[in-house]
Design a protein around this ligand. Structure first.
Ligand SMILES: [Zn+2]
Length: 292
């Protein structure tokens, strides 16, 4: 008789409900055709809500203020279904590309929109384009956020954000001060957008042509490594309703949920719930082998 192995693996499905804001704010595109790709986001979001309801799993949606005003009914349906909504900028601006003053305005505009449309105050933040500016963390702390999810310093385990890391071309790395903000890491290979979407940009083309079968296998392998080799942690892919919401990719999402649910002990969670669970009893600290 073998002793059952206890697994403590969670899955947080995350959806960046960017809609038109991605094409306006990040890609700087203004043609009706480009914007219509964002409009499809609402079609995809409704399909996703249906899949989540059937599977009885919670999820987390990051919604720019611009999207909240454009698709208020769909956004309210997200909240009414019990899913978490996080801050995701105003019109999907990259915080690195704006001044700290503008970043403060964007923070306020986003908060206002989420409150106006859904009556919520978010506890989580995901930077548009996964790029934090030099003042982003101070802004998040000042606005009462509990976690953010835009960085890649770990994979299956959260860690504490830091302020004041220092570096130069000819100097040593300096560890900053850990602060009371949980980082739930992301990864480009767990993001549907660069894997699937064709985007003609100014000087190049994002010629992403992965098939759902390939991506499903990659995500299953990544999940298996967490489940089989590590046994404790969080699997948190990033999806976009305008990407995953296409028919053949919805099958990927459905299959992945089925696969994760078939593994004993796997729990589905929102990002805030996981961040709270992880931080309980801990105080902000540096990575294990760092010396302040
Ligand atoms: Zn986004």
């Amino acid at each position: 008789m073998t002793t059952p192995v206890t697994k403590d693996v969670s899955v947080a499905l995350t959806f960046d409900f960017d809609a038109m804001s991605l094409w306006i704010g990040t890609f700087g595109m203004n043609s009706p055709s480009a914007l219509s790709r964002g409009e499809f986001c609402a079609v995809g979001a409704r399909r996703i809500l249906s899949v989540l309801e059937n599977a009885r799993v919670p999820a987390t949606f990051y919604i720019p203020g611009h999207t909240a005003y454009a698709f208020p009914k769909t956004c309210r349906a997200v909240v009414e279904a019990g899913h978490e909504v996080g801050h995701h900028g105003w019109v999907h601006e990259n915080p690195v590309s704006v001044t700290p003053e503008r970043e403060r305005e964007i923070m306020a505009l986003g908060l206002q929109a989420l409150n106006d449309v859904m009556g919520i105050r978010p506890t989580g933040y995901r930077s548009p384009a996964w790029d934090n500016g030099p003042k982003t963390l101070e802004l998040l702390l000042a606005n009462g956020f509990e976690y953010e999810s835009s960085m890649m310093g770990n994979d299956f385990e959260p860690y504490w954000c830091r302020i004041g890391d220092g570096w130069s071309a000819d100097g040593k790395w300096v560890w900053g001060k850990p602060v009371d903000m949980v980082e739930i890491p992301v990864a480009w290979h767990l993001d549907d957008f660069p894997l699937f979407e064709y985007v003609p940009l100014k000087n190049t083309v994002n010629q992403a042509v992965a098939t759902p079968r390939e991506v499903l296998q990659m995500w299953k392998d990544e999940f298996d490594y967490l489940y089989d080799r590590i046994g404790t942690g969080l699997f948190a892919p990033t999806m976009h309703p305008q990407v995953i919401g296409r028919g053949h990719r919805m099958l990927l999402l459905e299959e992945f949920i089925d696969y994760a649910q078939s593994k004993p002990g796997v729990k589905f969670t929102t990002m805030t719930d996981y961040a709270r669970r992880w931080r309980a009893g801990k105080t902000p600290s540096l990575p294990a082998d760092a010396e302040a």
